[in-house]
Design a protein around this ligand. Structure first.
Ligand code: SF4
Length: 386
């Protein structure tokens, strides 16, 4: 890419992300900013999050909120009252649009709280099922059984307008037939949305050490690709086409509006330990990253009114890189004007090369990854926006 300019991400939606960093138990594959819940008093952290929201409002100016996302960690460990208070605060500060999507990520173990979350205003629940088989659940260090996950899913029915299930596949030793059977059982449950992720070995996670010790080896790339292709075929056939690399919805109304803001390079307030945010003001776009450690986060909010110590100004090149990386993920693909309005011209010969390899299609000013291309999305993005 060549060129230089800046442009506004304002108008691509505005969301609020609230990170709850505690989990009942830290899963061995997870490298998120999470801490064991133990018997903590979460009131000081919750107060700091409310204060962080005030700080964000002072910096963002007037907006109205398109989406709210309680993520983690395990935000289903929050109380219904905390979720209510957070939503009231967000509404008071900015105004939550009527009918806005409000998502909460939940562990199946916390099903007793689902009604409280719905009463608080959560209308989309994302359930961390991870597997519907006993052995993979054990391997993944989950505390629930497949029957618990199915029972929890049943508990969501009639309470939320959209329910998503998260599953992880491409586990070591998993066969095509095993995944086919598990995915068929998942599809038969009839959720509104599915997030289907391949297991990735993250450097900071316990699994990375297990691989280093040679306790087991990750699945090879070829079989991973076969499983991804099988996933696309089965999901398509069942009426859950992918609208993003790993996300499938039973119709556009059930796509994640909040994640759409990320993929469209919109703005969002990110509150809570380790939360990332993006804010466009005039022709400036900043990236924020709140302090990871809950203790440090509390101190930071106390000192400055927001959770982050330093923000990063994103120049036009950084913005263009984000737009390419995010835009390529969705089914509509990347609109080339999204980078040309930042002053960059796409490398047409590189695009043609990827097209000839069957990794993308290029028409009407958009590039769209093929199924094969989606498997190499990060590499393609890095090469198109070096
Ligand atoms: S995978 Fe989910 S439940 Fe497990 S430690 Fe990570 S955030 Fe917590």
């Amino acid at each position: 890419m060549t060129g230089f300019n800046t442009s506004s991400g304002f108008g691509r939606g505005f969301g609020v992300y609230l990170h709850w960093p505690y989990c009942a138990r830290v899963c061995p594959y997870c490298d998120f900013n999470v801490y064991a819940a133990k018997a903590r008093d979460t009131a000081p952290l919750f107060d700091a999050i409310l204060k962080d929201l005030d700080g964000w409002r002072a910096r963002s100016g007037e907006r109205s909120v398109d989406t709210v996302f309680f993520g983690g960690g395990t935000p289903s460990l929050m109380t219904g009252s905390q979720v209510t208070q957070a939503l009231e605060k967000i509404d008071m500060l900015w105004g939550i649009k009527s009918g806005a999507e409000v998502t909460l990520e939940a562990n199946p173990d916390d099903h007793a709280c689902f009604a409280d979350f719905a009463a608080a205003g959560v209308n989309r629940l994302s359930l961390g099922v991870q597997s519907l088989d006993g052995a993979p659940l054990k391997f993944l260090g989950r505390t629930h059984s497949a029957a618990d996950a199915i029972a929890a899913f049943r508990q969501t029915q009639g309470k939320f307008r959209s329910v998503s299930l998260d599953l992880i596949y491409a586990l070591p030793g998993q066969t095509l037939d095993q995944w086919r059977a598990e995915l068929a059982r998942t599809l038969a449950l009839g959720p509104d949305h599915l997030s289907l992720y391949e297991l990735s070995i993250e450097p900071g996670a316990a699994f990375a050490k297990a691989v280093q010790r040679r306790d087991w080896a990750p699945m090879d790339d070829e079989l991973c690709a076969d499983l991804y292709e099988l996933t696309q075929e089965m999901a398509d056939k069942a009426g859950y086409p992918a609208y993003e690399i790993s996300n499938h919805a039973r119709g556009p109304a059930h796509e994640s509006a909040h994640n759409r803001i990320y993929w469209a390079s919109g703005d969002w307030a990110g509150v809570g330990p380790g939360a990332h945010g993006r804010l466009t003001i005039g022709d400036q776009r900043i990236a924020t990253h709140a302090e990871d450690n809950p203790g440090a986060y509390l101190k930071q909010v106390d000192a400055s009114g927001v959770g982050w110590a330093e923000d990063e100004m994103l120049n036009a090149l950084a913005q263009a890189r984000e737009r390419v990386a995010m835009g390529l993920r969705v089914k509509e693909g990347l609109a080339l004007r999204d980078i040309s309005e930042l002053g960059f011209q796409p490398d047409v010969s590189r695009i043609a090369e990827f097209e000839s390899l069957g990794l993308l299609t290029h028409a009407n000013g958009r590039i769209v990854l093929t199924v094969k291309g989606r498997l190499a999305a990060d590499r393609i993005a890095a090469e198109l926006a070096p």
